[in-house]
Ligand binder design. Structure first.
Ligand SMILES: Nc1ncnc2c1ncn2[C@@H]1O[C@H](COP(=O)(O)OP(=O)(O)OP(=O)(O)O)[C@@H](O)[C@H]1O
Ligand SMILES: [Mg+2]
Length: 114
């Protein structure tokens, strides 16, 4: 098994799973990547923006006490402030499962900040 070597010691890596189309595998891909990273010892924090809370329910039911792995259900309205806070302290991967309707707004925000 490969061991996780941090790419950067100073900041987290953010990966967003976003698509304006629903049902394309965002949540499944997000969970798969989280599992692969956790197996290699990387700290993973998932922000679940989907109203169905697929990943938060999965985490609460099957993985509630894993060290270095958290899934948090966050309201879209609180997202920007929330991810800023996590980014300041988290040293691993922040994965964002974006709800379909929120993807366009988020991509627009990202473009404004590039
Ligand atoms: N790589 C894959 N191959 C085959 N089926 C898949 C794959 N990834 C996801 N699926 C299936 O496709 C369906 C939708 O997947 P998923 O819930 O991950 O999509 P989503 O983009 O998160 O959906 P939503 O927009 O509703 O949040 C699920 O039934 C899942 O099991
Ligand atoms: Mg989903």
């Amino acid at each position: 098994m490969d061991t996780y070597t941090p790419i950067s010691q100073s900041s987290a890596i953010i990966v967003a799973f976003a698509s304006s189309k629903g049902g394309v595998g965002k949540s499944t891909s997000c969970a798969a990547l989280a599992g692969a990273l956790c197996r290699r010892g990387a700290p993973v924090h998932i922000i679940d923006l989907d109203q169905t809370r697929t990943l938060h329910r999965w985490y609460s039911r099957f993985h509630p006490n894993m060290p270095n792995f958290h899934v948090e259900a966050v309201e879209e309205a609180n997202f920007m402030g929330h991810i800023r806070n996590i980014y300041q302290t988290h040293k691993g991967f922040i994965l964002v499962d974006v709800a379909g309707s929120f993807a366009k707004a988020m991509i627009k925000q990202a473009q404004l900040h590039i």
